[in-house]
Design a protein around this ligand. Structure first.
Ligand SMILES: Nc1ncnc2c1ncn2[C@@H]1O[C@H](COP(=O)(O)OP(=O)(O)OP(=O)(O)O)[C@@H](O)[C@H]1O
Ligand SMILES: CC(C)(CO)[C@@H](O)C(=O)[O-]
Ligand code: BAL
Length: 365
């Protein structure tokens, strides 16, 4: 493929489209050639989690489009829009390193196009982070945006639903891939696709891909903590663009605590504890670790933002007295989601585990 030389952008072997109009010409040819188009929406600063979505798309579609757009509408005025990592040359390297050999053929697929719109292109009516001053069209999935992440980021899902609707309208994907790390986002977008009767993608063509993690080898928990929270807890950190904000010691000593707390909570739930006990134990684990870290010479500040158990269908909080066996006896034919967010210094990390059969949420490795 010839190199792309768009003014002001790094040279790239992958075609880059900055306008919807130029992308649509490319999309029209894909329609003419009856080629399926897989789509992965990102905010850039690509890592192996993003790569896992792209690999899945390469395996399942003739063509794969990735978007990079840091969406102002999903950041609150006090959040990190200005400092969000923007690493286009690195992102192009990551994308050009990805390929998929189609079994039984000589075809090798690699990402086909990068959609890299400007803010004006995505928000023709303009966009400000001050919600009261915003003008134009916004998409809200009412009743599903105020729990879990929405309890801490009240306008976040309005911003996500709005930009993803625009991206779906522009890209017209045959299939699309979102990460389980942002589980509420993926489930909410499924609901949006259904409610808005979208055809690109259809509901069954929005896929949720398991979270990629890096294993951290530090000895996270002392024995006493492990006993308190029911069992050993594996330490591992979900890959995330925002991990770039962490210092090496925050990354090694503090950040894996969130997943360890989720894993410990999972064990409590599976061994019959009530939801209230499960959550209290998880908070306790984080609190003890936080005390340990705050007494280090190079003090690390760490605290849970929230950790909660929710119904994946209604998103409502699971009642405190609920247990796993009661949940099943009540005839819920679905798992529960245990999700949380944790501050490590100035960095906010999120993660989740599904308690029960993940396949029932359509999450397949
Ligand atoms: N570790 C991961 N494994 C699999 N998918 C992931 C992972 N991290 C992010 N994704 C998915 O990649 C897509 C783009 O996410 P995004 O660009 O916001 O990256 P991010 O790492 O989640 O960034 P942030 O640090 O801002 O949360 C989303 O569908 C998201 O769920
Ligand atoms: C889906 C998304 C690209 C919308 O900006 C973003 O929320 C993300 O990267 O998860
Ligand atoms: N992956 C979530 C993007 C955000 O936090 O804005």
């Amino acid at each position: 493929m010839s190199s792309n030389s768009v003014a002001g952008l790094p040279l790239s072997s992958i075609p880059i489209f900055q306008t919807v109009a130029s992308y649509r010409e490319w999309r029209r040819r894909a329609y003419d050639e009856k080629k399926s188009v897989g789509f992965v929406a990102t905010m850039g600063a690509l890592h192996d989690g993003h790569a896992s979505l792209v690999r899945r798309s390469l395996a399942e579609n003739d063509l794969t489009v990735v978007s990079i757009f840091v969406n102002p509408a999903q950041f609150a005025p006090h959040e990190d829009l200005a400092t969000y990592p923007r690493t286009l040359p690195h992102d192009l390297d990551v994308l050009s390193s990805l390929s998929h050999s189609v079994p039984g053929s000589s075809i090798t697929r690699s990402p086909s196009a990068l959609f890299l719109p400007t803010v004006n292109e995505m928000y023709p009516s303009g966009i400000t982070q001050d919600k009261l001053a915003q003008k134009g069209t916004f998409v809200e999935v009412k009743g599903y945006g105020h729990q879990m992440e929405g309890s801490r980021r009240p306008d976040f899902f309005r911003g996500v639903a709005t930009v993803v609707t625009k991206l779906f309208n522009a890209i017209e994907p045959s299939r699309t891939y979102f990460g389980q790390k942002d589980i509420q986002q993926a489930l909410l977008l499924r609901r949006m696709v259904r409610d808005l009767l979208l055809s690109h993608p259809t509901l069954e063509n929005l896929f949720i891909v398991p979270t990629k993690r890096s294993v951290v080898l530090s000895n996270l928990l002392s024995r006493a903590h492990v006993f308190y929270v029911c069992r050993d807890a594996k330490s591992s950190l979900a890959l995330s663009s925002r991990n770039a904000y962490l210092t090496p010691s925050e990354r090694e000593l503090a950040a894996p605590t969130l997943y360890a707390a989720l894993q410990a909570a999972k064990t409590c739930w599976e061994s019959g504890s009530s939801k209230a006990e499960v959550i209290a134990n998880a908070y306790n684990l984080v609190e003890r670790k936080a005390q340990e870290l705050s007494s280090l010479e190079t003090r690390i500040d760490m605290r849970l933002d929230y950790l909660e158990m929710n119904d994946p269908e209604t998103f409502e909080v699971v009642p405190g007295e609920e247990t796993r066996s009661a949940w099943e006896l009540e005839g819920h034919n679905r798992p529960v989601i245990l999700s949380g967010a944790m501050w490590v210094g100035r960095t906010r990390l999120i993660d989740n585990v599904v308690l029960g059969d993940v396949a029932r949420l359509g999450i397949i490795a």
